[in-house]
Ligand binder design. Structure first.
Ligand SMILES: [Zn+2]
Length: 285
């Protein structure tokens, strides 16, 4: 599903293309989209609302309205927001159409049908976002946060980084790239990381997510921006879905194994499971 860089890309597109527009009418074509409130109320409260802003929190895309409501999308892997024109009108897998002033329409389509939306007032929005961990690209995210938050946990590092209550915005593509950069095996227990490894992990989180934003997201399969363009970060991946290919950092080969139920890609040479790799230190607390 879209992770921080992909949702950030769509948010930036909305800021440039639709903030300032008015939603003249909303049409829900697949009622499984609307989680809250009822579909009828969702449509009624969107009608006539002005779009005043767009922002992102974790993987949530938030469209701010002059009614005080926020339209919150959780885009799943096939979820596309497309602006027509200039994009040609999509014909399949439609979930929502927002008819904007000036003869434009914002389509939400999702061939997997898993994208969800909510229309929330300020209180409901605050509640919804309250349990999320910090934003890794914001200044407030400091190198000492993760060791303080999860440094004594015996859990594996990969599922901890995917936990949105621990840290926001990281999903299965970027986490594999981050762990590769930090030379950490995805099954390493958080309580075995050395100080140097926590620092390497912090740097890898920031660098990989910033690069993903810079490259306007990763299109491994379906991701598209609001103008139906793919991202470019897939050209910069080192291990994600590179199983069987040579590791860019050593003579070894990238492998794919399930870790905590998720397909995981890593180099067993560079990312030793016991932390005894080239730069790693075995440290048991
Ligand atoms: Zn390697």
């Amino acid at each position: 599903m879209p992770e921080l860089p992909e949702v950030e890309t769509i948010k930036e597109d909305l800021r440039g293309l639709v903030v300032g527009s008015t939603i003249e009418r909303a049409e829900v074509l697949d009622s499984s989209l609307v989680e809250q409130p009822s579909t009828e109320e969702f449509v009624r409260r969107l009608g006539g609302a002005g779009i005043t802003g767009a922002r992102r929190r974790a993987k949530h895309l938030i469209v701010e309205l002059d009614t005080g409501d926020s339209l919150v999308f959780q885009l799943k892997i096939g979820g596309h927001l497309l602006l027509v024109p200039p994009v040609e009108e999509p014909e399949t897998a439609l979930m929502l159409i927002l008819y904007l002033d000036g003869e434009r329409r914002l389509f939400l389509r999702d061939e997997t049908g898993f994208t969800r939306a909510r229309l929330l007032d300020a209180g409901e929005l605050g509640e919804r976002l309250s349990s999320l961990g910090p934003e890794p690209l914001e200044e407030g995210f400091q190198a000492d946060y993760l060791p303080r938050k999860i440094g004594s946990r015996r859990a594996q590092i990969k599922p901890l980084l995917l936990d949105q209550k621990v840290i926001s915005g990281i999903g299965n593509i970027y986490v594999d790239e981050i762990l590769y950069d930090a030379r950490l095996h995805p099954r390493r227990k958080a309580n075995t990381l050395s100080e140097g490894e926590w620092d390497a992990l912090y740097d890898a989180i920031r660098a990989n997510l910033a690069a993903g934003v810079e490259h306007r997201g990763t299109t491994v399969r379906l991701f598209r921006d609001v103008l139906d363009r793919p991202g470019e970060h897939q050209n910069h991946l080192r291990v994600f879905e590179k199983q069987g290919q040579p590791c860019p950092g050593c003579e070894g080969q990238v492998v794919r194994e399930k870790v905590s139920g998720r397909p995981s890609h890593f180099c067993p040479e560079c990312q030793a499971e016991d932390g005894s790799g080239e730069d790693g230190q075995l440290e048991l607390r």
